[in-house]
Design a protein around this ligand. Structure first.
Ligand SMILES: C[S@@+](CC[C@H](N)C(=O)[O-])C[C@H]1O[C@@H](n2cnc3c(N)ncnc32)[C@H](O)[C@@H]1O
Length: 186
């Protein structure tokens, strides 16, 4: 794909995106998907955490960048959306062992995950409030390995979050297209 070409989505992604629209759960844009896949590829990501499974659009992009036996841990409070995501992942041919779908609030689940055990943490829980973002930020620094990346969908629109990430000398931040805010752990 040339850098200025639109991202063309295959049948599995299109179906997951259609379900997302029908269920009122906005999926990431194709541009954010391409950026996530790129990040997972350069990181050679083996272990990724996602907050906000939705119908599986972002999960499919992440898995397509991760190493072949990498595992995506994806958290969502909505069981009906995770069931949709499970269907989307299976219909895309993703082996069951490559995903760990956890139902629950991210604030309850993240503390159970291993320190330094993850290459990438992607936050896409649209309803999060400011306190949630502050906790995700802190938890990400704990969970990521050095060189690992924290990415927030719609993060560049949240001035308080941008300020906090920029002020954190444990992170190196970068604004990416379509509002994606990324930060690498030093
Ligand atoms: C914007 S949608 C995610 C879309 C998905 N990333 C995609 O691209 O297909 C936001 C999701 O976050 C979930 N969510 C909201 N608050 C949450 C929380 N505190 N913990 C975990 N998931 C949450 C919602 O149920 C919803 O499925």
């Amino acid at each position: 794909m040339a850098p200025d070409s639109p991202v063309v989505e295959d049948d599995a992604l299109s179906a997951a995106r259609t379900r997302a629209a029908a269920l009122g759960c906005p999926a990431i844009t194709p541009g954010v998907g391409a950026a996530l896949r790129f990040l997972a590829t350069v990181l050679r990501a083996r272990a990724v955490v996602e907050i906000g499974t939705g119908t599986g659009v972002s999960g499919l992009y992440l898995l397509r960048g991760m190493v072949a036996d990498g595992v995506l841990t994806s958290i969502d409070v909505a069981p009906e959306l995770q069931a949709e995501a499970k269907r989307a992942l299976r219909s895309a041919g993703v082996a069951p062992g490559r995903t760990r779908l956890i139902m629950g609030r991210a604030l309850d689940v993240l503390p159970r995950l291993t320190d330094g055990g993850y290459d990438l943490l992607f936050v896409d829980s649209a309803q999060a409030d400011k306190a949630d973002y502050a906790t995700y930020h802190d938890e990400a620094v704990r969970l990521l390995r050095p060189g690992g990346v924290l990415a927030f969908a719609d993060g560049t629109g949240l001035s308080e979050l941008v300020r906090a990430v920029n002020a954190d000398d444990r992170l190196v931040a970068l604004a990416l297209p379509d509002g994606l805010l990324a930060a690498a752990k030093v």
